[in-house]
Design a protein around this ligand. Structure first.
Ligand code: GDP
Ligand code: CA
Length: 305
């Protein structure tokens, strides 16, 4: 079975680990709307979260970045009055150095990503949604902020009034993305933030169109448990932008694109308004490898054997 997963960063990466444990042929399409330039380097936080998780070098306790990380470079940058708001560890910086050099030499992001994954021993195909420049902007009462300015520098305090995906209109899917979708037996949307992790992927018109025209099931997994995000602002965003945090509001983010929604047992009390979308009730808290795999299997259950 061929499976394609659309994924954001850390939350999505946990789910992707479960999918990879459950099926052999998996391709992941990752969000690049969070990408940024820091200290002259191109950082792709969501792609790296997935890559580190699949390589087994991610820091489980901290929840982001690499295990056994050290911070000597950032300490030096701080001592020199440099930019330190975006925390980049020494091991992490190695990746950004290699990536940036390759991009500056004209290599597309998809090819650099494939190379980095291969060097780290990742066998799963990890594709950026696009090789083109695509950036998420957040409209707030404090003005329009870049995604990372809002999320990291402002600690996502401001309520979100709207989103803009700069460059999306001109962006083409990265090589391999449409073929992977066309060859999939099942499409999955990870339990990532629908607005800032999955929407920037779907903002690439041909990716959205490919999902809308699918001939195989597409299953999303809700990032909410009991109407609350496990981490981050997804619940506040759904309440404000979709009018609530029930399964129907999660499903409304993916109108016309999904056939089923995996919801947590804690949210199974209100399955009204899902329309054509079939609910799959499961325990969705991915506490360990076992839980991640079971959640993936619940989503995979949507494919007729
Ligand atoms: P980011 O790009 O690193 O912010 O991560 P994602 O957008 O991929 O994932 C963030 C989302 O994952 C948040 O909305 C969380 O609620 C959700 N999430 C994290 N862990 C879990 C979990 O164990 N179960 C479920 N259902 N959602 C989770
Ligand atoms: Ca992200």
């Amino acid at each position: 079975m061929n499976v394609v997963v659309l994924s954001g960063g850390v939350g999505g990466a946990r789910f992707v680990q479960g999918v990879v444990a459950a099926v052999e042929r998996v391709a992941v399409v990752g969000n690049v709307g969070d990408d940024l330039e820091v200290l002259g380097l191109h950082v792709s936080p969501d792609l790296d979260s997935i890559m580190y998780a699949l390589a087994g070098v991610n820091d489980e306790a901290r929840g982001w970045g690499r295990a056994d990380e050290t911070w000597r470079v950032l300490d030096s940058v701080a001592a020199l009055g440099g930019e330190t708001w975006f925390r980049l560890g020494d091991l992490d910086l190695g990746v950004h150095l290699v990536r940036t050099q390759a991009l500056n030499a004209g290599e597309p992001l998809s090819r650099v990503t494939a190379r980095l994954c291969s060097e780290l021993g990742v066998e799963t195909r990890l594709l950026p949604a696009t090789d083109d420049r695509l950036r998420t902007w957040i409209a707030t009462a404090a003005g329009e902020l870049t995604f990372q300015d809002w999320f990291v520098a402002h600690g996502h305090r401001e309520e979100v009034d709207g989103l803009r995906f700069e460059g999306a209109d001109a962006a083409s899917p990265a090589p391999g993305v449409l073929d992977a979708i066309a060859g999939a037996d099942l499409l999955l949307l990870a339990p990532s933030n629908p607005y800032v992790s999955i929407a920037p992927i779907l903002a690439v018109r041909e990716i959205r169109d490919a999902l809308a025209a699918r001939r195989v099931p597409c299953v999303a997994v809700s990032p909410l448990i009991g109407g609350r995000a496990v981490k981050g602002p997804a619940d506040r965003m759904l309440a404000r932008l979709a009018g609530g945090t029930a399964p129907r509001q999660v499903a409304s983010c993916y109108r016309g694109l999904i056939d089923a929604l995996v919801v947590d047992e804690a949210d199974a009390g209100d399955l009204d308004g899902l329309g054509e979308v079939r609910p799959i009730v499961a325990r969705t808290l991915m506490v360990d490898a076992d839980a991640r795999r079971r959640l993936a299997e619940a989503a995979l259950g949507a494919v007729p054997a």
